[in-house]
Design a protein around this ligand. Structure first.
Ligand code: SAM
Ligand code: SF4
Length: 325
């Protein structure tokens, strides 16, 4: 079992397969994009598989593929197939912006992907364009329909409410969750990526709950406390929503996650300041046992929690797309 010194058990690994993206969400990266990692410095599928096997031996059983936009990496289904064949891995999910999802959905499903989170920040084409700097709302809607048609389960919709941008759409998203039978998750805007984050831009979870309660009172659903989202249904039983309240109600005390970036850096917290260079360890010929020992050592000293809103907070130099959200 992989454990830190605070007793938290780590069984969930997020893997970023690329830092590149086909959207330019204003809370994540600048309009002109970023300096992408050189291709030769990206973990190969074989290297990812090897790392996941080592993690699986240590107790990891849940994987989430993310990015950047994971689907801009070619042949992702081949990686999913490899990871799905690792006996300890019980669950493979992916977070995607949906633009390319329709094209690859069946292939991904057949390879063993079951859970999908599709990001959708606005149901209004004008605001979607303002927030993502691309005019492709329709592709995301099509992605959601395709995921439903194929039978992905669960299908979760991720959205980042930002004051003055999309915060007037919360009621509409509540109805969307109910009408489309989707699980909509409201993620508080975090100080990572965008340079001009202020606490004022964050729409607190409580405010969204107040709005959604107008539809029908929210009822908390018992869930695994180690998951970041608090889950709710509406009292009339229709629709599901979740809240990831990283800023106003941090959940670091029950965190079970660690991350590997596309360029092979191991991070024990989204807000880590220090990283371990797995790419170098793999390429300089370390054995599985040696890498496993380094993982155990790093996990043991996992950060107790992030310091958002505290004087000691240091913003990571990487954006969310360079870490893997
Ligand atoms: N490109 C994919 C997508 O957008 O779904 C996967 C990677 S993206 C970095 C993963 C998630 O991080 C998305 O749901 C996005 O909304 C969220 N995200 C990015 N920057 C964020 C920020 N500063 N605060 C909160 N969530 C953020
Ligand atoms: Fe791309 Fe996802 Fe970042 Fe948007 S949030 S720019 S889709 S990586």
């Amino acid at each position: 079992m992989l454990k830190d010194k605070l007793g938290r058990v780590i069984d969930n690994l997020r893997i970023s397969v690329t830092d590149r993206c086909n959207l330019r969400c204003l809370y994540c990266m600048p309009e002109e994009g970023l300096d992408w990692f050189p291709k030769e410095q990206i973990l190969t599928f074989e290297e990812i598989e090897r790392l996941v096997r080592i993690f699986a031996e240590l107790g990891v059983n849940k994987i989430r593929l993310t990015g950047g936009e994971p689907l801009v990496r070619k042949n992702l289904h081949l990686l999913i197939k490899k990871l799905n064949a690792i006996p300890q891995i019980q669950d493979i999910g992916m977070t995607t912006n949906g633009l390319l999802f329709k094209k690859y959905a069946q292939q991904l499903f057949d390879a063993g992907l079951s859970r999908v989170n599709i990001s959708l920040d606005s149901l209004d084409p004008k605001i979607f364009f303002e927030m993502t700097r691309r005019d492709q709302l329709n592709d995301v809607i099509e992605a959601i329909k395709e995921a439903q048609r194929i039978g992905f389960s669960p299908i979760k919709i991720n959205l980042v409410p930002i004051k003055g941008m999309n915060d007037h759409e919360m009621l509409e998203f509540g109805h969307f969750a109910r009408d489309e039978n989707l699980d909509v998750r409201f993620i508080e805007f975090m100080p990572i990526g965008a340079d001009d984050w202020t606490l004022d831009d964050v729409v607190p979870t409580q405010k969204i709950k107040d709005v959604l309660n107008q539809i029908s009172p929210l009822v908390e659903v018992p869930h695994d406390e180690r998951l970041p989202a608090a889950e709710y249904t509406f009292a009339d039983g229709k629709g599901k929503v979740g809240f990831i309240s990283s800023v106003t109600e941090p959940f670091c005390g029950s965190c079970n996650r660690v991350r590997i970036t596309a360029d092979g850096r191991f991070r024990t917290c989204l807000f880590s300041i220090e990283e371990t260079n797995f790419l170098a360890l793999l390429r300089e010929g370390k054995t599985d046992d040696e890498i496993a020992k380094i993982i155990e050592e790093r996990v043991w000293i996992k950060e107790p929690g992030h310091l958002i809103n505290k004087d000691a907070f240091v913003k990571p130099t990487r954006t969310m797309s360079q870490i893997g959200g």
